[in-house]
Design a binder for this molecule. Structure first.
Ligand SMILES: *[C@@H]1O[C@H](CO)[C@@H](O)[C@H](O)[C@H]1NC(C)=O
Ligand SMILES: *[C@@H]1O[C@H](CO)[C@@H](O)[C@H](O)[C@H]1NC(C)=O
Length: 350
């Protein structure tokens, strides 16, 4: 334990030193997935799932809405900072995503998307299949800027993060009687996992070697899920959390399998389930006081268009709220989650 701890301290010291020089630990960071990591791609889509209006973004660096589903930074924004980047990978559909800006990576995530392409289609979001197509287009742009050899070094050394699955369950499976008649949660999970596996193999095929995937959060504890599916109870919904845990175990097994099958591939499963559950069940341990109600509006249901400048009841200070809106953690909670990710992510950096 003492030995592991000193390695840990050593790596952190190394990272801090590196950050101080403004010299990132990895050549680039690319992000895929859903609203948990979207930094503004949906602003450019004909979808209702948006967040580019107040009060979203009120505590962000620029104090303006960006399309992040948060009052401030996402967990992946903190991750980019911890890795030593001095700006965030741009939303691929935005004006910022061109020229040199692309050389630190790009963000392809889209709120309302998931492992299951039909979830994205339903919300007119960017499906994971399309995110992958954009990524290949992105690679071509990088190759044309820096040449094939440097580009390949970037693709193999860069970190590729995927955060998906919440919308597949909460905004699709649990509200879709036909899906529920066709598949048990376990069978639906298998469909999502097959999509994950194909995604990893596709990235591997275009030279990617370092992939991180987040687990599902405790979906049964999201404020809007409790309101929608809790039958009047104020407690986390055990059934949903059990589905999330079962999915997460499959994800972990599949990641181990992919790692063993493809030489040189690193796949890290980032557990966000436990850190978020700890925050929700024991908020005061980490300086929070509210985990049932989100900051925005009544805090029991609102997200996207329903969380807006006219929402009644929005809290004035979100720093002690675990949730910013009905589905998404606050910046303060994202910081705690990002610190947990950092501890789990050494494998991807080394
Ligand atoms: C994945 O499985 C490994 C080995 O069984 C275990 O040590 C690890 O904690 C699991 N990770 C997650 C995120 O569940
Ligand atoms: C919010 O509250 C925290 C402590 O609870 C305090 O440090 C911070 O300054 C407050 N922010 C604003 C904008 O009032």
């Amino acid at each position: 334990m003492g030995f592991l701890l000193s390695i840990y301290v050593g790596v952190v010291a190394f990272m801090v030193a590196s950050v101080a020089r403004g010299d990132p630990l990895v050549p680039m960071l690319c992000v895929f997935g859903d609203s948990v990591v979207d930094v503004g791609n949906n602003n450019h889509l004909n979808t209702l799932i948006k967040s580019n209006f107040p009060p979203y973004g009120r505590d962000f660096v620029t104090h303006t809405p960006t399309g992040r589903f948060c009052n401030g930074k996402l967990a992946t924004d903190f991750t980019a900072e911890y890795l030593g980047f001095d700006s965030y990978p741009p939303a691929y559909l935005s004006q910022d995503a061109r020229g040199k800006n692309l050389l630190i990576g790009a963000n392809f995530a889209s709120a309302g998307s998931g492992f299951y392409d039909r979830t994205a289609q339903f919300y007119r979001a960017i499906s994971l299949t399309q995110q992958l197509a954009y990524y290949k287009e992105y690679q071509d742009k990088v190759v044309s800027m820096v040449g094939k050899d440097s580009a390949n070094t970037m693709f193999s050394g860069g970190i590729h993060l995927l955060s998906a699955g919440s919308s597949d369950f909460i905004q699709n499976y649990y509200i879709n009687p036909m899906l529920q008649r066709t598949y048990t949660p376990d069978q639906f999970s298998d469909i999502l996992i097959r999509s994950f596996s194909a995604f990893v193999q596709n990235l591997y095929g275009v030279g990617v070697r370092r992939i991180g995937v987040t687990t599902l959060p405790p979906t049964g504890c999201l404020p809007a899920a409790i309101t929608l599916f809790g039958g009047g109870s104020n407690q986390c919904i055990g059934r949903l959390n059990q589905d999330a845990v079962a999915f997460n175990n499959k994800l972990n097994t599949t990641a181990q399998y992919l790692k063993s099958r493809f030489p040189g591939l690193k796949v890290v499963v980032f557990d966000i389930y436990q850190p978020l559950l700890d925050l929700i069940t024991k908020p005061s341990d980490q300086g929070f006081f509210e985990s049932r109600k989100a900051c925005c509006g009544t805090g029991t249901i609102e997200t996207s268009l329903l969380c807006n400048a006219r929402s009644v009841g929005t809290c004035s200070n979100a720093t002690q709220y675990v949730f910013w809106d009905g589905f998404h953690p606050s910046e303060a909670a994202n910081k705690v989650i990002a610190q947990a990710l950092l501890q789990q992510g050494f494998d991807l950096i080394s």
